[in-house]
Design a protein around this ligand. Structure first.
Ligand code: AHR
Length: 515
């Protein structure tokens, strides 16, 4: 026991008093009883024409002094490659349903300018369009996930976009693409048929949207060997009627996925709370709202199971993450917020939930990649900093395409003023090389947790780990302090034959590797 106290002593730098909570026993890791593959697309990201996400964050233009490859920042591309970014959603978001793709092709100086009505009313000069986005995806080695315009676009417009990008033969759109400098078609897998069509994407009813989906999806063709994976604009949070209507009314041979949007908002829509100046009540609320994702996925999945028992239609949580008040002094339309250790915990919990629902959850996209909501990267001119959330994606990348090892355990409770939530979340997987990875979060800011895990079906000889925590829940990385919240080697786990003992520090994210 002594080492445990030594370990928790090392955490006295936390701003809140830390003690060791009750031990958790009875946790079994059946390493030879794997379930579904954890789709790597759960680790997707989202780039929207919003604030400084595209302009400044990803795109600086070919003539910039910031190192770039055909206008795309090298530092951001390198950082994203390190986390194996699997797919990138674009151009929105609400922006998608007012985006007209033909404005974003051809010589940049001739592209029309538009007003970005959703996001700050700024001028969008369309210098980042289809060619630039697909170039970015090629540089990243990530699958493009394009969201088409249903709200203010037409069936013809979407149909032509697919033809422009993916058709290899002779056709007006393929010729236009060639005229614009791209001989060969691109491969595009994920195709969103509208975004939030219950709201900014046209304020439609579920029934009306389901019919619209059928029209739009019919003319979004598969050309050559390209196979579109078509994703319907799914429900807002717990709108179960929306899910049921889509699953019932859209033939499943034209539906590969349904999206789900849910943001973690600690306060109210009008007063969401600050990203960095928060009380324990707001922290507790953030974690509690994050855990609601478990209920959402369970209930949406059960509706999907009713209409699709073979689980052929994937659930794509293609917008998720924290949403706070904008940073004081910044453009309210740009939705720029800081990112702290609290956000890292939110990311770790959500990703564990998605992994554990791998039978139905086939993709997810945190919002937004850079300089907006729960961003993994911030840029300012030529400077770049990685956020605590980035490091969670780096730690969890080991689960991409690995086989899920189902886990069940009773978490200790984190209680706050009469309310209680589970403190610990976890998910586990085995990769093709036989390595076992377990990721944990301990959301309790006061108590470390001791876990005793019995490993069955393997006798690992090697154990290593990574820990992400900090002295304060509000700790964050800045351009002058980029290492304030950074992963370190974890030494709080011990293997004694098949018994794994782990001390999860208070407010921490941990990744363990065994083989
Ligand atoms: O992420 C910001 C906005 O939130 C997206 O554009 C929209 O889809 C959602 O409402």
């Amino acid at each position: 026991m002594r080492k445990f106290f030594t370990y928790s002593f090392a955490l006295t730098m936390l701003a809140v008093p830390v003690s060791l909570s009750a031990q958790v026993a009875g946790l079994v890791l059946n390493t030879d009883q794997t379930a579904d593959t954890i789709s790597r697309h759960i680790y997707g990201n989202f780039s929207e024409h919003l604030g400084h996400c595209i302009y400044g964050g990803l795109w600086v233009g070919e003539n910039s002094t910031i190192p770039n490859n055909r206008g795309i920042r090298n530092d951001v591309v390198d950082a994203l490659k390190r986390i194996n970014i699997p797919n990138l959603r674009w151009p929105g978001g609400c922006f998608a349903d007012e985006y007209h793709w033909m404005d974003g092709i051809g010589p940049r100086e001739n592209r029309p300018k538009m007003v970005n009505t959703h996001w700050g009313g700024v001028v969008e000069d369309n210098s980042f369009g289809t060619h630039e986005f697909l170039d970015l995806c090629e540089q990243l080695g990530a699958e493009p996930y394009i969201c088409g315009n249903v709200g203010s676009g037409s069936v013809e417009e979407m149909s032509k976009w697919v033809e422009y990008i993916t058709f290899d033969g002779k056709s007006p759109m393929a010729e236009l693409r060639r005229m614009n400098g791209r001989e060969l078609p691109w491969k595009v897998k994920f195709w969103g048929v509208g975004n939030e069509n219950w709201g900014c994407g046209g304020n439609m009813t579920a029934e009306f949207y389901a019919d619209q989906y059928r029209r739009y999806a019919t003319y979004a063709r598969n050309y050559g060997s390209n196979r579109l994976f078509k994703i319907a604009g799914g429900p807002n949070s717990n709108d179960y009627h929306w899910m049921e209507t889509l699953m019932k009314n859209i033939p499943h041979d034209m539906l590969n996925g349904v999206s789900l949007h849910y943001y973690t908002i600690p306060g109210t829509w009008e007063k969401k709370g600050s990203a960095t100046q928060f009380t324990e009540a707001e922290y507790f609320s953030t974690i509690k709202h994050t855990l609601f994702m478990e209920e959402l996925i369970t209930r949406h999945s059960s509706i999907m199971d009713q209409y699709d028992p073979k689980k052929e239609v994937g659930l794509f949580v293609d917008e998720w993450g924290t949403w706070y008040d904008v940073e004081p002094g910044t453009n309210p339309g740009f939705l720029f917020q800081q990112n702290t250790l609290r956000d890292a915990l939110v990311a770790g919990i959500n990703l564990n939930i998605y992994n554990n629902h791998s039978d139905r959850v086939k993709g997810a996209n945190i919002a937004q990649l850079v300089n907006v909501l729960q961003s993994i990267i911030f840029t300012d001119g030529d400077k770049m900093v990685l956020t605590p959330t980035y490091y969670v994606f780096e730690m969890y990348k080991v689960h991409q395409n690995a086989a899920l090892i189902p886990l069940s355990f009773k978490s200790p409770i984190y209680s706050w003023q009469g309310d209680a939530i589970p403190a610990v979340s976890a998910s586990a997987s085995k990769n093709k090389a036989g390595k076992i990875h377990v990721t944990f979060t301990n959301a309790d800011p006061h108590k470390a947790v001791e876990l005793n895990i019995e490993i069955r079906g393997a006798l690992p000889g090697n154990l290593s780990g990574t820990l992400l925590t900090a002295g304060e829940l509000s700790a964050h990385n800045t351009f002058s302090g980029p290492g304030n919240v950074k992963p370190v080697t974890f030494s709080g786990a011990k293997l004694n034959r098949n018994i794994l003992t782990v001390i999860l520090p208070a407010a921490s994210v941990v990744m363990l590797e065994m083989n």
